[in-house]
Ligand binder design. Structure first.
Ligand SMILES: *Cc1c(COP(=O)(O)O)cnc(C)c1O
Length: 458
């Protein structure tokens, strides 16, 4: 008889990894660099420094250093809410009557309610160390803005958040959490920027978009001395910081002799999937082990499964550099899927390259089936999951049910990125039976892909 694995596996404080792992160091084909939308040249650190923090730019451009020491101040902050537990989902397994063993890494156990704090604290630290006054950013659903305001409060940095106007109005509680941590939250588009005033004069009734909020945050950063712009996903540096999730999971598994067969993460901009899977990708890339890794995206915004591997703008406003990714086109407007954190047209260039080279697979799942999984998970495991995270739960359940059919006892691990307390309008629609599944037609995707930039793609 194997020893019973604890319900929750916690590393000790001393066992928390003290370095981040940079999966790019082990990639044979490196992710494509960010390029200028004007002439396609790869951006240099000198060109990036006026917009982003210097030390973060070094991390962004470093494809070779495998491990980065985590500064002591960041380790201290991590100890407030890390290590995060690796939980054996005994109750979910029982409900599914599956021979599979299911584990989840729970990243929602902090006030921001998601994994985003792992990177926001790092980004705030480097901004502070550079002697900056503050940082600017955009937030859609609000998780990133919340995580960044917590990190800025800790280091005494000013934090200016442009929040998509519709979310600002629909999610007043998120907004108040950010303000409690000292952030200035401005509904976007606003009169505080040139680009905001222009958009408002042309579309006075607009409820805003992420692309517009990005444009306002970037403008504010470059026009205010002592400010830089920070981003909560997609970039290489964010995947680097999020590797703490995977490194902890890997260490906890080794401690108890657990060997995962399948690793699952939801995919918005790709930071949690990239971070959770990073050390396991590393083992695959170095030829040490093999795992089935699955990225899960909403059927309403299917970048991997229906997008194109091409250079594209990261923002709808088309002012940011071009990144090579699986994209649906920067002009693709995802329908109102409730998993706000997964409504991005592109994906991390690291994951895009790994996917292109066949190192993992992707699945698109429909919203109502995601909430069915969320409901079962809440009732069995007791945690109210974020809609984003529930995409990973859906596929973990599907894989466990396959094991039931075949009688195989596979070990499945997924990343539970956050809690859903600010997503209760979505749960309400699910409970009322009014939730719908919107899947974009081929024509809609083709039209958005038609508008891909020429630069980088010839
Ligand atoms: C932002 C967010 C995601 C998606 O972002 P990634 O960068 O793809 O990880 C997933 N889950 C939660 C809870 C989020 O807040």
């Amino acid at each position: 008889m194997e020893n019973k694995i604890p319900y929750k596996i916690y590393l000790t404080e001393d066992e928390i990894p003290t370095q981040w792992y940079n999966v790019r160091a082990d990639m044979k084909t490196k992710p494509a660099p960010l390029i200028s939308p004007a002439d396609g040249h790869a951006l240099t650190i000198e060109e990036m420094n006026p917009i982003f923090c210097e030390e973060l730019n070094k991390q962004e451009l470093d494809n070779d250093t495998a491990y980065f020491d985590i500064p002591g101040e960041i380790m201290d902050f991590y100890k407030m809410y890390r290590p995060s537990p690796l939980v054996r989902a005994y109750f979910l397994e029982k409900a599914l009557d599956t021979p599979a063993k299911i584990y989840y890494k729970f990243e929602g156990n902090n006030t921001s309610g998601s994994h985003k704090l792992n990177s926001s604290i790092a980004q705030a630290y480097y901004a502070k160390k550079q002697g900056l006054k503050g940082v600017t950013t955009e937030t859609g659903a609000g998780q990133w803005g919340t995580a960044l305001s917590m990190a800025c409060a800790y280091f005494g940095l000013d934090c200016k958040v442009y929040m998509v106007k519709v979310s600002y109005e629909q999610k007043p509680f998120r907004r108040e959490v950010m303000r409690t941590y000292g952030a200035t939250v401005t509904p976007s588009p606003s009169m505080t920027t040139q680009v905001g005033r222009k958009i408002l004069s042309e579309h006075p009734d607009t409820t805003g978009s992420l692309g517009c909020a990005i444009s306002e945050a970037v403008e504010t950063a470059v026009t205010n001395p002592g400010y830089r712009y920070v981003l909560g996903s997609v970039l290489n540096q964010v995947v680097l910081h999020q590797s703490i999730i995977g490194l902890e999971a890997q260490k906890a598994m080794k401690k108890y002799g657990i060997k995962p067969d399948i690793l699952i993460g939801c995919a918005g901009g790709g930071s949690n999937l990239g971070g959770f899977a990073a050390p396991f990708f590393g083992e695959i890339l170095r030829g040490e082990a093999d795992y089935k890794i699955i990225g899960v995206e909403p059927a309403s915004c299917p970048s991997f499964t229906r997008g194109k591997f091409a250079y594209d703008f990261c923002d709808t406003g088309m002012i940011c550099p071009l990144a090579k990714m699986y994209t649906l086109g920067s002009q693709f407007m995802p329908s109102a899927n409730h998993a706000g954190g997964l409504r991005f047209h592109g994906i991390s260039p690291i994951l895009a390259q790994l996917y292109h080279d066949g190192y993992f697979e992707a699945r698109a799942v429909e919203q109502t089936s995601v909430f069915e999984a969320a409901e079962l998970f809440a009732r069995t495991e007791g945690i109210l999951p974020a809609p984003e995270s529930s995409h990973a739960i859906r596929v973990a359940i599907d894989e466990a049910l396959k094991c039931k059919e075949t009688g195989e006892s596979k070990t499945i691990a997924f990343n539970l990125t956050g809690t859903g307390y600010f997503d209760l309008v979505a749960y309400q629609q699910y409970n009322d039976g009014t939730m719908t599944d919107v899947i974009p037609g081929d024509d809609v995707i083709a039209e958005a892909l038609n508008k891909l930039p020429k630069i980088g793609n010839v």
